[in-house]
Design a protein. Structure first.
Length: 299
């Protein structure tokens, strides 16, 4: 898979994640955020199980195996995923879909910064102006008048740290193991179990509540987790982490779009300008490095 193909796949992931904000919001009418997150990620693990089994057999035929270090890394990714998803889901209960999409996008500048500090990855210069344009676009998209910080916004904001670490690390783990489906399904399983264990201490949920929320659960579990999160793992084997963060941040744009279409959340002229800036930042981070081929691309 080429870098461009990987980024197109990540854009599709962003479309699905943006639409999932609506389903996540609707699902809260019947279930708590912890139990909802746990069930949907376990659904995602079930979706990927056949691909995991096929990949496992392929590794066995090549004389390869999954070692203890691999299991620990997958578990670590699952814990990061659980923290990000749970904090975001709790926040969505108390804020708008548009605000949640904007605040989640704040993980974008954290990815190149953490990559530089933790892994000594120096991003191409185009990442910085593209990141700034992306963030300002997301700010315009949310709208100043809707950005009064409340408890829900703080929860979503806190989720940006585990999201950033997850985006930074997941591609490297999948590439080193050459087993993207095992990495994807393994992290879903860990995430789902962590969320449900947490839910047992703080929430009450029944089979009836799961039945009521089945529509949002199926969409966010099968499509958002099983398809989109798995596609993220596959694509990030070939995409630079900083580029991936910017492309994935377009979920903000799609969250606002679907919030407008399905939940009557308004999109004004500032929001349209914000959409244009986010789209431009995605193009810039892809095209500007092509003008500087003499310098090696990193991160």
């Amino acid at each position: 898979m080429s870098r461009s193909q990987a980024n197109i796949l990540l854009l599709l992931v962003a479309v699905i994640w943006g639409s999932a904000f609506v389903a996540q919001s609707v699902g809260m009418s019947a279930m708590g955020p912890l139990s909802f997150t746990g069930v949907r990620f376990l659904m995602g693990a079930l979706v990927v199980t056949p691909l995991m089994w096929r990949e496992w057999l392929g590794l066995q035929s090549l004389g390869k195996s999954i070692g203890k270090a691999d299991v620990l890394q997958i578990a670590g990714l699952g814990i990061l995923l659980a923290l990000g998803a749970l904090l975001q889901q709790i926040g969505i209960v108390h804020t708008t879909v548009t605000n949640a999409g904007f605040l989640t996008s704040l993980y974008v500048p954290l990815v190149p910064v953490l990559g530089w500090l933790l892994l000594n990855h120096k991003p191409h210069w185009s990442v910085w102006p593209s990141t700034a344009a992306c963030l300002y676009g997301a700010y315009l998209l949310a709208g100043v008048e809707t950005l009064a910080i409340n408890a829900g916004d703080v929860w979503v904001l806190a989720s940006t740290i585990p999201w950033a670490l997850h985006v930074l690390l997941v591609g490297g783990v999948a590439h080193r193991m050459s087993a993207p489906f095992i990495v994807a399904g393994g992290q879903f399983l860990v995430c789902g179990l962590v969320a449900l264990i947490w839910a047992l201490g703080f929430e009450s949920f029944t089979f009836h509540s799961i039945q009521i929320a089945m529509g949002p659960l199926l969409y966010t579990g099968v499509i958002s987790v099983g398809v989109a999160y798995t596609a993220q793992v596959v694509a990030q084997r070939y995409a630079h982490a900083s580029d991936a963060a910017i492309v994935l941040s377009s979920e903000t744009l799609f969250a606002a779009l679907f919030g407008f279409l399905w939940m009557n959340e308004r999109l004004n002229s500032s929001g349209i300008l914000g959409c244009a800036l986010i789209f431009s930042s995605m193009l810039a981070v892809q095209l500007l490095p092509l003008l500087d081929r003499k310098k090696p691309l990193t991160v």
